[in-house]
Design a protein around this ligand. Structure first.
Ligand code: PEP
Ligand code: MN
Length: 372
């Protein structure tokens, strides 16, 4: 059961103290408090964990500071969507809203290689009106002999160049909790010219200690990628680790499943799960067409497979698109074969806009047919 507290809930006030005493006196229940800092105000949610069936929602509702009571019926207590849930399905970061009704494109380098390529990428994004990007500094690679990313050494120029071209958020994977400190420090040293969305890659979906560490901070939101070889339920439970530690600013990323049944694509495209994740949870949903398709193959209609699957996801209501671009894909140190050329950025964004418009029409039609 979740108690959502009202605006006046002041942790140092007598009413709040009274509430906590009442709750802590309930036998056999763990009481966990989450304070979520929004752009305008902080919201306090109190989670009652354990056997709560015998609790009366009306009695809980009558306790001091309580605005609303939500009975949790499923897993994913914090990130999940429960009946009577009035908690928001969005969060704000760097002046941008991430939610189940928004859409943002994060086009950029799979891996940072040279300052020149970072600059060319950021410049192309600015020219196309984009304020978000992806840039990998820490790369989890299958082989220990492959390029592992420049790590903290590139952060300074990546952040400065991003700021120079008006990039507000960079999605950047971390594979160890020390990377979060390195990112924080580099941002401080460069005067925070941009923001970072920490990315948890598919290889770390169930790295619970990393999830707990990243969940303990609320400064950076998290793009959490589903595991490539586990069920959706297992991935959603893993995402919940972030929230259970305090960070519920989480975007859930679909990036394809590892099976040869998806061949010739690199991974089996799983974008049919976009509406499923939106129904089961309050997380915005991201899709990564690059790591799903893994190649620049083009269909006979002239459209790249990568753009086809992106459009399919956007048509299904996806809220974020993470996509690999590179000024010279043949020379990219990581994932060159799936990277789009900078000259394809305008077309890609246009295609996304067409699909988004069609999605809006589909939502409108659904509304019409439901009420008509
Ligand atoms: C990436 O986005 O660069 C990446 C490694 O993705 P994934 O974890 O989905 O393989
Ligand atoms: Mn990659």
């Amino acid at each position: 059961m979740i108690l959502i507290l009202n605006e006046n809930a002041d942790p140092s006030g007598p009413e709040y103290g009274q509430l906590m005493r009442r709750l802590r006196a309930l036998p056999g229940l763990e009481v966990k408090v989450h304070r979520i800092q929004g752009e305008l105000r902080a919201v306090t949610e109190v989670y009652l964990i354990g056997e709560t069936k015998q609790l009366s929602a009306e009695e809980m509702q009558a306790l001091p500071c309580v605005e609303h009571v939500v009975r949790v019926s499923e897993e994913y207590r914090i990130l999940g969507r429960h009946s009577g849930d009035t908690r928001p399905s969005h969060f704000d970061y760097q002046g941008l809203r991430f939610g189940q009704d928004a859409l943002h494109v994060f086009a950029g380098l799979c891996a940072v290689d040279t300052p020149r390529n970072v600059e060319l990428m950021c410049k192309a994004l600015k020219e196309n009106g984009q304020v978000c990007t992806r840039m990998g500094a820490y790369k989890p690679r299958t082989s220990p002999y492959s390029f592992q990313g420049h790590g903290s050494a590139c952060l300074g120029y990546v952040f400065e160049l991003a700021g120079k071209y008006g990039i507000k958020i960079i999605a950047m994977e971390v594979t160890h909790e020390s990377h979060v400190d390195e990112i924080r420090q580099a941002l401080r040293e460069t005067g925070s010219p941009t923001g970072v969305m920490l990315q948890i890659g598919t290889r770390n979906t169930q790295n619970f200690e990393l999830l707990k560490a990243v969940g303990r901070q609320q400064e950076f939101p998290v793009l959490f990628k589903r595991g490539f070889g586990i069920t959706l339920d297992e991935s959603l439970n893993a995402a919940e680790y972030l929230a259970s530690e305090g960070n519920s600013k989480v975007v859930f990323g679909l990036r394809g499943m590892k099976t040869n049944l998806g061949e010739p694509h690199r991974n089996f495209v799983d974008f049919a799960h976009v509406p499923v994740v939106k129904r089961l949870t309050r997380m915005p949903v991201c899709v990564d067409p690059s790591h799903s398709v893994g190649a620049r193959a083009r269909a006979p209609d002239g459209i790249l497979d990568l753009m086809h699957v992106t459009a399919q996801a956007v048509l299904a209501g996806a809220n974020m698109v993470l996509v690999d671009f590179h000024p010279d894909p043949a020379k990219a140190l990581v994932d060159g074969p799936q990277a789009l050329h900078l000259c394809e950025l305008a077309h890609f964004l246009d295609d996304v806009a067409i699909a988004r418009q069609a999605y809006a029409q589909r939502v409108e039609a659904a509304r019409r047919y439901q009420t008509g």
